[in-house]
Design a protein around this ligand. Structure first.
Ligand code: SMO
Length: 768
């Protein structure tokens, strides 16, 4: 029986959950024994000209080996030219990354956000760095800060005067007045998808060593191979002269794609000074200077018939991309692509603008553009349902894409592969006892209870492995002791790749999981790879592993046939026992160790670069049940019931783990989290006291319902890493609003804190 689909526990956990993990700052390798410590001097102001930097006092401080600023960056290749936009792809608006928009390594003559690196102190010990950094004296001439999308668009202050605008990119057509012709009901609303901090358990960290013309760079990243090319470009080195190693990585959530400027500075400084260096940021630095996510202002407009048929939808986005147009400029492209969600809407328009502000740069964060699409359309559907007085579940069912329409070309340009959307909705409604919950809600409303019940639905579809064409690699070696090693281009940072890839090898070859070692994140061993983001691992990297295993099996069949003097066609592999045997002659068999021992010089090995994959479209429905105290505004989550269909499930335990984490993170956005700045650009939620991450105490046990609608790839798999987040946010958000909708509340922006809910109830009661 195949191990695939069975409840295998995570093989990496005994190591990761005890003292066994080796993160960048834990590395005890010979190259780093003498490593000095890096401490960054960061801008304390949001927007200012730098008129002078005096490092003399810092250079004299105890333990200081060097103090470096932009003036020392004299050994770099010239900055990228104004390419008129390099980011994005496909139909996306080009996002400028070079020319006047280029992001320097150290701030040169201007700082653009609190936390921006201005200088670096290198010391023997870490504590000395904290002291010496205080002695670096920077003269700032303050400029008016741009905070929020309105201020950016007003352009009273410009972050990049040479660009002449705060608008980095724009896309889409002006609203067409005819789009909503024929709609009996049209609802329009401006909503905020607030800025979030990724808060990985392990913050950013890097270490570097330069010797004999070769750079070794250890970094907490989702993509060692991409990082190698990024660093090569920045430092003007041949990629062959760089080895990037990602050891254990304590969470990334999109914010550790590649390597950002702080980490690249560590690599540069090691080469520049010839010293081995280490850097691991503090939690405070992480909150300020790691990229943030989301940060969209959205205008949603939805129209249809009084019987619930949605006919037209328009989504307009202003994306706050923070101080520099990094990947944040690309997010609204994905939001636009998925704007109409799982609904069959005849007319749809999207438009977006990307603006810079004096805040931390925005980048990918669990879902990267797709949660924002779902949050918008799921609010829109609920607003529409409220306007026509229909149950939101019924409005969804009427408008979901029907099974006969797949592959479905959405009006926003995506082609959804497979799906059973209404089935997912109905499964959740039945599983939750939706009608009984509505009856309970009615009773509480009738009685005028203080604690009211809210039901929040979110039906979603998302795109995973959107960049499938980039492919993923795998190399498999079976050794002559019967063990195997997988070298994967995918990159584990908590997901459980070791377990999953070993399951695939056992399923194909019958080599027990315990005998399979998985290696990732070392460019000397795996020069070619893409890494882990966009929920791409299993459907690309996993398929590559499987294909490598099939290749190895085909080779082994020839060898075993030769050894047993039988014809190939009589050879069979017993995957339960891991034995090659001759059909009808149980005595004639060979183990993997024996077969590998007879392989030629090269050994028994296969390499695959799987580039034939296509993006896939996971889908599902979430129902959140919330209780809201109408006197305090506090919402408590009572239940969360979901279908998250990610195609064929390889490892039920890993898939459930991804759903659990995703739901928790999604509910957190709805209820708790927001990274805020004051009007001068000072972060006011810069610690974990002010920035409320969610814990198990705020969450109910999740009720996860099963559903598997295979995709077309060899494993039938779609991505599951982000789906939970995508469905959970609007479900929880809608639930809280639903709990107080009978009081006249139609919308409350996220996070729906007690204060906001209480205010909304008060305003509704006063008829405002
Ligand atoms: S936000 Mo993800 O790592 O694509």
């Amino acid at each position: 029986m195949s191990i695939l689909g069975t409840r295998v526990v995570r093989t990496e956990d005994p190591r990761l959950l005890t003292a066994g993990g080796t993160y960048v700052d834990d590395l005890r390798v010979p190259e780093l024994t003498q490593a000095a410590r890096v401490t960054f001097v960061r801008s304390p102001v949001a927007h200012a000209l730098i008129t002078g930097i005096d490092v003399a006092a810092a250079r004299e401080a105890p333990g200081v080996l060097a103090v470096l600023t932009a003036a020392d960056l004299d050994d770099l290749p010239p900055p990228p030219p104004d390419d008129g936009g390099g980011g994005g792809g496909g139909e996306a608006a080009p996002v400028p990354l070079g020319g006047p928009w280029a992001e320097p390594l150290f701030a040169v003559d201007r700082v653009r956000f609190v936390g921006e690196p201005v200088a670096m102190v290198i010391t023997t010990d870490r504590y000395q760095g904290e002291d010496a950094a205080e002695l670096v004296s920077v003269d700032y001439e303050p400029l008016p800060a741009v905070v929020g999308t309105d201020a950016a668009l007003a352009e009273e202050s410009l972050l990049f005067p040479a660009a002449g605008t705060n608008l980095a990119a724009s896309f889409g057509a002006p609203a067409d007045a005819a789009t909503f012709d024929g709609c009996e009901v049209v609802v329009e609303r401006t909503i905020e998808n607030q800025r979030l901090a990724p808060v990985p358990m392990e913050g950013r960290a890097a270490a570097a060593h330069w010797a004999d013309g070769k750079l070794t760079f250890w970094v907490s990243t989702q993509n060692a191979q991409i990082t190698r090319f990024v660093v090569a470009g920045t430092l003007g080195l041949d990629p062959a002269a760089i080895r990037v190693v990602a050891p254990d990585v304590g969470g990334g959530f999109g914010a550790k794609i590649g390597a950002d400027r702080d980490a690249q500075l560590v690599a540069w400084a090691a080469k520049h000074t010839g010293r081995a260096l280490r850097w691991a940021e503090t939690r405070s630095e992480n909150m300020l200077a790691m990229t943030h996510g989301r940060a969209q202002r959205q205008v949603i407009k939805i129209g249809g018939t009084r019987k619930g048929r949605i006919l037209a939808y328009r989504l307009e986005i202003v994306q706050d991309t923070g101080a520099y147009p990094r990947m944040g400029g690309f997010l609204p492209f994905l939001t636009s692509l998925m704007a109409t969600g799982p609904y069959d809407i005849g007319k749809a328009e999207t438009a977006y603008r990307v603006v810079v502000t004096n805040t931390a740069p925005i980048s990918a964060y669990r879902g990267a553009g797709r949660p924002e699409a779902t949050a918008a359309v799921e609010r829109a559907v609920d607003l529409f349902a409220a306007e026509i007085g229909m149950d939101p579940a019924d409005v969804r069912r009427i408008n979901l894409v029907t099974p006969d329409k797949f592959p479905f070309s959405s009006p926003c340009g995506a082609v959804y592969d497979t799906g059973a959307y209404a089935e997912a909705l109905d499964k959740v409604l039945a599983g939750a006892g939706y009608q009984e919950l509505r009856a309970e809600q009615a009773r509480r409303r009738e009685r005028g209870d203080v604690r009211q019940l809210g039901l929040g639905l979110a039906s979603y579809v998302e795109i995973t492995a959107a960049d499938a064409a980039g492919g993923e690699t795998a190399r498999l070696v079976v050794h002559d002791d019967g063990t195997a090693t997988v070298y994967t281009g995918s990159s584990a940072h908590g997901q459980g790749h070791h377990t999953a890839w070993a399951m695939l090898v056992q399923a194909e070859l019958g080599i027990e999981m315990g005998k399979v070692t998985v290696v990732h994140g070392d460019t000397d061993l795996i020069p070619l790879g893409v890494g882990t983001y966009a929920s791409r691992s299993l459907q690309l990297g996993g398929v590559a592993v499987q294909k490598a295993a099939v290749d190895v099996r085909d080779q082994a069949r020839l060898i075993a046939a030769d050894m047993l003097e039988a014809s190939e066609s009589d050879l069979e592999l017993d995957t339960d026992r891991g034995l090659w045997q001759v059909r009808g002659d149980p005595e004639a068999s060979r183990t993997w160790a024996e077969v590998a021992g007879h392989a030629g010089e090269e050994g028994l090995t296969a390499s695959v670069n799987y580039t034939e994959g296509q993006p896939t479209f996971p889908f599902g429905t979430h129902l959140a049940v919330a209780e809201v105290d109408t006197e305090t505004g506090k919402a408590t989550m009572l239940r969360h019931v979901t279908v998250d269909d990610a195609g064929t499930v390889l490892s039920p335990l890993l898939a459930e783990g991804q759903r659990h984490g995703g739901i928790a993170q999604g509910v957190a956005q709805a209820l708790l989290e927001e990274m805020r700045y004051d009007s001068a650009g000072n972060p006011v939620t810069g610690t974990l006291v002010d920035y409320a991450i969610i814990t198990a105490a705020e969450l109910p046990s999740f009720e996860l319902l099963a559903s598997e609608t295979p995709s077309a790839n060899p494993l039938g798999a779609k991505g599951i890493g982000e789906a939970g987040t995508i469905g959970a946010t609007p479900a929880a958000h809608n639930a809280v609003i639903d709990a107080v909708s009978h009081l006249g509340v139609r919308h409350i922006d996220m996070p729906v804190t007690p204060e906001r809910v209480w205010t909304a109830i008060s305003e509704a009661r006063e008829g405002r």
